[in-house]
Unconditional design. Sequence first.
Length: 317
Amino acid sequence: MICVKNNRHEFDDINLVRCPICGNLLREEEDGQQPGRQQPGGNTQPPSGQGSTQQPFVKPLTASVPEIGLSIILMDASSSMTDPAFDRIPATRLSLVASNAAQGIFDLDRMQNNPNAYVACFKFDDRCELMFVDSVANIIRRFRDVTTFEKYLSDELQKFLQGTDINKALQQAYDFVAKFLRKELDVFPMREYSSMPQTILKYNLESIQVPNIRVLVYSDGKQYVEGGKNILEQNPFTRKPIPNLNHDIVIGAFFGSSDSEGCRDLKNFVSRCPIHDIPQFFLFDDPANIDDLRYLFRMASGASGFCPRCLDKQLRR
């Protein structure tokens, strides 16, 4: 590329539009044109080294590639989510989830880099479907207020209400993360990006770097597909680790009793927090701790912590 005002300003980067030296427009070099010499009909100038002053090399300017954080939320849309969340409290689990998820994501309006924080929400029963993938900034701009976003989530979840295929949902999340890291996601709104790195000091004082990606899956029951597989399979993120992920990024949450089979299955399914060495697992069995649900969605959507102690540390800031 050659500057339209000074043909000694030459650059190899064909994506440049303006000259990095003088700010004028650039044009493509014509066939046969020699560096430092205008075409016939214009004022000739000697090539560099023949009476001219050597121009310093200028490194072409390149646009920076945004670093992206990604949160994947797997939202249980099985029929039991329409049951009351707790005894003597009429609010359903589904309504509490929709409300707290909407508030948690809207809380990130204050996060400085929310244009680069992306959320992908899937709903699942014995099916699994992507509801949306977008930046926090665009979600807030699109829905404008928490109530509208809450209604959208509630309406979407109520379109399913069948079984509970956690295996299918997690496999979808696994494939989504793998394609995101390889930049092969057709549904992702950006083409040029890199995954935001996060340096973590583990409980054993080892330092590791983890992409700023989290997968949050919550449920109120065990794996159940009518006529299908009713055993929770091994976590795909530990069964076949994705290169450069460096840690299992799945966070589990359960609505119900700690004694239930579904709770035990999900708690045993997740890994231990690399920072605090406790399960990456949250239990909601008491209305007194339901506020933590909002902050869990906020933490997961900001792709930051892993476990209850990570959340406590964020709330004390």
